[in-house]
Design a protein. Sequence first.
Lengths: 363, 414
Amino acid sequence: MTLPNIRFSTNAGYGTPDSRPPEQVHRDAIELAVRAEELGYHSVSLSEHHFSDYVGVPNPAVVAAAIAARTERIRISINISVLPLHNPVTVAEDYALVDVISGGRLDFGCGRGYQPGEFKGHNVTLAESRTRLHEAIEIVQGLWTQDDFSYHGEHFQVDHLTLYPKPTQKPVPFRVAGVSPESFEAVAAMKLPLLCAPSITPLDKVKASLDVYRDALRSHGEDPADYSITLPQWVYIGLTDEESFTAPRASMEWFQRRNSELMTAGILPDDPGYSFYSKAQANRANFDYEHYYNQDVFLFCTPDKAIDRLRDRIEYLGVTEVLCAFHASSIEETLENMERFATTVMPAFTSETASAQASASVG
Amino acid sequence: MTITPEQPRHRGGVTSDRLTFGLSGLVTQADGTSPAAYHDAVRTAVEAAVLAEEVGLDAVWTSEHHFSSSGFVPAPFVLLAAMGERTERVTIGTDVMLPSMWDPVRFAEEAALVDQLSGGRLLLALGIGYRDHEFEGLGLRRRDRVARFEECIRVLRESVGGTVSGVGLNPGETLPTSPTPLQAGGPPIWGGGKVEAAVRRARRVTEGYFASMMSPDGLRRRIGWLDDEAPLDDFALAQTMLLFVAGSNRAAEDISAPGMRRVQGYMQSWKAESEPGGEAAIREEIVDSATWRPGDEWQAATPRPDLTDEERLTHALVIGDPDHCVERLTPFVEALARAPGNGPRHLSARLVYPAISAADTAECIRLFATEVVPPLHEVFMARGRRADGNDNQINPIRQPPRERRESINEGAVQ
């Protein structure tokens, strides 16, 4: 059995619980992207967050442009732009310019968002997030590909508008995030590739969710094999089992605690679209690191075990890309681990990729 | 602990201890509307910013326009992030951005982010906007522009302290903002605009005034309005214009003509779109002016009944050899030097145009920095400003051109 052409990507290193000053946090993200390019990563991934110090930037397009100015090859992945918070015309302008500045290296990802504080601050209600996302996706895609574009929705109106510049890529790779089964079906209905966040969900449940997505794609007449599937993984490659367990622990516990706080601050219990988050939050608020470590939901292990586990997961889930969210106690250790993964784990898959390609060309 | 090799960089090059010089109009005006043409234009703009720093200029400036097939930038913070990444010392600024078209929280967040990324080099010159097409395309009304402009500045200022209020679903609630700007007090905010109300507003709600496209008399008159509104003290004064410099007057005219026809073309389109039947002008923006010829004066975008022809049309366009440019710019420098107050004084020129080769553009930037700037700085010091920036109109101190040239070279290796 040969594996498909697996791509390895990395987060931009925002999720580290150290006390760097803000200018250092953002500058380090750019240095990390430069290093990731040297190490052969396929893309570097940025996320959007507002009103907190949590693993993202208010507009990833700005940092993406800075990364584009310092790199030549690596793709810049937006994971994700919280579309319901913004005027979609503005989002279309921002990311079109990123694609132009980077010479066509943008992988756009969007989703409906989940942090109640972000919605309140943008004068948008959580209850509208799904319909706003749906309309905004149509508008961004329309403005990127058509002249004299019009759209009349419940939330947004666009009249005979032509966007300049349009993106370099035709089309820009466009993915939509989903966490809940409802979202998976909605993304499949739009016939767009799915983007998942790293989670503490057991693999069999991830498989079940992906099957929901693939079944929904088929019901819309699509072949799931035409759609990329990204497996996000929390990664720490230790030289021993002991290091693999200990080194990422503080970072992971910090991350889960922050995530839990921001996820439920001000959430309405009767909002049906977000009941999933209430359950997820309960899991994270009582986060038991050792429990999840033993369940193997992380990729916190030695290189040999990482290769075996990734191979199993790629095969089991039908994955085309692995997005690594490195977890370490500082940005220096994050960078070291990114290098360790690239030198000890990635080569196993690049050689398999090479042999798979060779046999494909023979076949 | 950090993986970033260098320490945080210093604030940008616009200071109040001397006359500083900038490169304006890095708006990536594209030579055509294809993504490839746009990519070339963006690359040219970023490389021009890098060169401006190398040759010792103090600032690079971009602006904001939406839905323009002439190839303007709708997302200045995105372009500034790229320019900031490739430069280390220059001020990276906007002349002008249009906060009336922005969500104030978004504007404050992105300004802070660019300030952080650039090591505290962001400077925001802001205007209220004037094209109906841009407001309408963003779902806004032009008539709200002054209120939106002032509200955005309020939020921008408040966000420097790490919180904003009066926004979002619960205006009574105070929200944290992240990041906050790196510069203490936030990026300097200047105002643009030509009419008296805009000029006086700049004095009331901002820290500087960025004049564009006017005569020395026009500049002096506006300095008078500003000073009348409130004593200038440390208020900043800046002037920008279209300029192209080459080895000879003839060469400057010949080389720049295609670029100037483009600039005049979109100006004519924007003028036409505000007149009856303007829809067609929006759809088919004029690429090249059919009427502009070298030697002609500037043809402005909007009819300005409150400006005289002398103000509107004279001196905005300077094309020639270094001596000619120095002669034409000297009255502006004198006006800046003689203005009351001791704030920053800045002179900026647009030197990058579509349809002009990269080599000719680079030569123009070099000539401006090495042949035009030093004599103008001498004029500035001779006409009033002491080196400590504290005195006006007395004690002229001449600075030998050679020293100025050396300081340019030092700037190039910083």
